[in-house]
Design a binder for this molecule. Structure first.
Ligand code: NDP
Length: 331
């Protein structure tokens, strides 16, 4: 058996010296265990994204399609095919106990794909496929006629989202890194508008493609592309943060790390608001706050500047943080 060992996190783009290919001799399997032989491996952006957090000198993480070749675990009989997150190794002994203790070891017996290739279990019928299906439908909740933007549009997840969005009757704009990818997306997958982020001005192109704004954004890349898209979202737009690949190979650690990694990793929900949305309940809020003040449960402070002539000073003082509590000008 062979395995790839992750030696150390890469600085910038991954280097071969950060990995090591090793032979390993496997012991016989015991009760409750089964042995899988890999057939296909997946390589995914998250592997790069996770490198800074991986323990050094351990088997590299990753998903594979494998065949169970020996089993002493009745739920995982020999001959079945599985998807398993058991890493970059040709042969792996998996125990059912490990599977219940370590949910990240996700190992699933594949359903019958009929005549379709088994390898689809790593793509459209696997993790990227489910990321597209659930990540888009559950979070973006697309409605017919809406405008959807997909970044990383020609990749595994992105190209899938593009098509679901078309199935849902949306106008779909895809952003990716080559005209060849754009041609495939528009000519074969029905994408309505393609933007090549390497050669075109995304902001201008989005204005042309989505003159009425963007309702849903499925974000695979983060960074500047996403900032540009977010600025053109419509009110009550929905964003599904799937990944932020534009930052995965960054060579310098930014002073304040990009929020995208935390947004995805911690599965945060982002929703903006404008307070006047609750205009019909305005007095309800005032009464509730008043009651808390009267009960001593709500405290407040004010920073009061005297004189209308000092409006500007009060304003700029506030912008520089010289106020505590509410900044006010007393005429
Ligand atoms: P892809 O098949 O999309 O492959 C990665 C693509 O990213 C490349 O083809 C490249 O296409 C693009 N890319 C690379 N560098 C940059 C950059 N600097 N700016 C913009 N695009 C770039 O991979 P996946 O479909 O597997 O993954 C897509 C995203 O989804 C990733 O961010 C990944 O981490 C995330 N993901 C998240 C999951 C989750 O559970 N949240 C699950 C699966 C994936 P191009 O030519 O367009 O640059």
């Amino acid at each position: 058996a062979k395995k790839w060992v992750f030696v150390q996190p890469s600085k910038g783009f991954p280097k071969i010296s950060d990995f090591k290919l090793e032979e390993e001799k496997l012991r016989p399997i015991e009760d409750g265990e089964f042995l899988v032989e890999a057939m296909y491996f997946s390589v995914d952006p998250y592997m790069r994204a996770n490198m800074p957090r991986l323990p050094k000198n351990t088997t590299m993480i990753g998903g594979q399609l494998a065949k169970i070749i020996e089993s002493k675990a009745p739920q995982y009989p020999a001959g079945k095919y599985v998807y398993s997150n058991c890493g970059w190794r040709t042969h792996t002994i998996i125990s059912t106990k490990q599977l219940s203790d370590d949910l990240d070891l996700l190992t699933i017996i594949l359903p019958d794909f009929g005549n379709l290739p088994l390898s689809l279990g790593l793509g459209v019928l696997g993790r990227p496929g489910n990321s597209a299906y659930f990540g888009f439908l559950e979070l973006c909740k697309p409605k017919q006629g809406e405008t959807v933007v997909v970044s990383g549009a020609a990749g595994a997840v992105g190209s899938h989202v593009v098509q679901i969005a078309k199935i849902k009757g949306c106008t779909v704009i895809g952003i990716a890194g080559s005209d060849e990818k754009g041609k495939w997306l528009t000519e074969e997958l029905g994408l309505d508008y393609f933007i090549n982020y390497k050669t075109q001005n995304i902001e201008e192109e989005l204005k042309k493609a989505a003159p009425n704004g963007i309702d849903c954004y499925f974000d695979n890349v983060g960074g500047e592309i996403s900032t540009t898209v977010l600025n053109q979202m419509n009110i009550f737009g929905r964003v599904s943060n799937c990944g932020s690949i534009s930052g995965y190979n960054a060579t310098e650690v930014p002073k304040v790390p990009s929020p995208y990694f935390a947004i995805v990793g911690k599965q945060l929900t982002l929703q903006g608001f404008i307070v006047t949305t609750w205009r019909d309940r305005w007095l309800e809020g005032i009464h509730a706050n008043l009651k808390w003040i009267q009960e001593g449960k709500l405290k407040y402070r004010e920073t009061i500047t005297e004189g209308f002539g000092n409006m500007f000073t009060a304003f700029t003082d506030m912008l520089q943080g010289k106020n505590v509590g509410k900044a006010i000008v007393k005429v």
